[in-house]
Design a binder for this molecule. Sequence first.
Ligand code: NAI
Length: 264
Amino acid sequence: MMKRLLITGAAGGLGTMARKRLSHLAETLRLSDIVPMGEAAPNEEHVVCDLADGAAVEELVKGCDGIIHLGGVSVEKSYDLIEAGNIRGVYNLYEAARLHGLPRIVFASSNHTIGFYPQSQRLTADMPTRPDGWYGISKVYGEAVAHMYHEKFGQETAILRIGSCFEKPVDRRMMATWLSYDDFVSLMERVFTVPKLGCATIWGASANTCGWWDNSHIGWLGWKPKDDSEVYRAEVEALPPRPADAPDVLYQGGKFTADPVFRD
Ligand code: NAI
């Protein structure tokens, strides 16, 4: 059991779930976000700070033996917003980790690093990225930061390319990309107990029969996702049909591929 596990983005969708479901991993959960996170439970410390604030992030990381980095901009936005949360924010986080004992990091990357691959293609983690916007580019950057800090300083990171981590799949694309909360939790348990993690890229999807991503390279991690989106097939197939040329039908990144470049 860790002494202190930091979860960034703790006020967000995944952070709120992680806060409830991962308290067994550490004596203390240090939760952080740019907005308040509600009432602190007895085992929680709350720190409100902006990931773009280097001094604050250094203080935030001090004393933590693990980090689940969920904080930042999580959809396509203007470059300036993405730069603050995801570019400078990741720099600040890795620098703080380097200065404070290299705590193991889970970096919440995204399927939008490979969003322009067609849904007809099965992917391995070593294939070139094909980001579908500035958000996806910021996640490619985060992955590169993780690799550089691993090669240069021995920093360990689980680069988790999350598909769609929600209670259940709610459209056809999510039948392939769904990561159940239970499978997310079992993955975090493995990441923080496996003796050697290195800097592994992990496809964050459940054992979906119609999935696109090949996780066979991480057998050593001992993670066995149990859920399969097929149990929701009837619900999803009851939705109105989508045009054959819609981005959510053609591309792995779905509608993000059709987003404009947003300007503030
Ligand atoms: P979310 O948008 O609900 O949560 C992100 C949190 O980060 C928010 O609470 C927000 O206030 C905080 N944040 C934003 N900018 C910040 C800043 N400059 N400083 C400090 N905090 C800041 O996103 P969600 O869905 O919980 O995702 C968590 C992470 O997982 C994100 O990094 C996202 O990119 C990634 N991800 C999630 C997927 C999903 O299916 N939920 C899919 C792919 C990636």
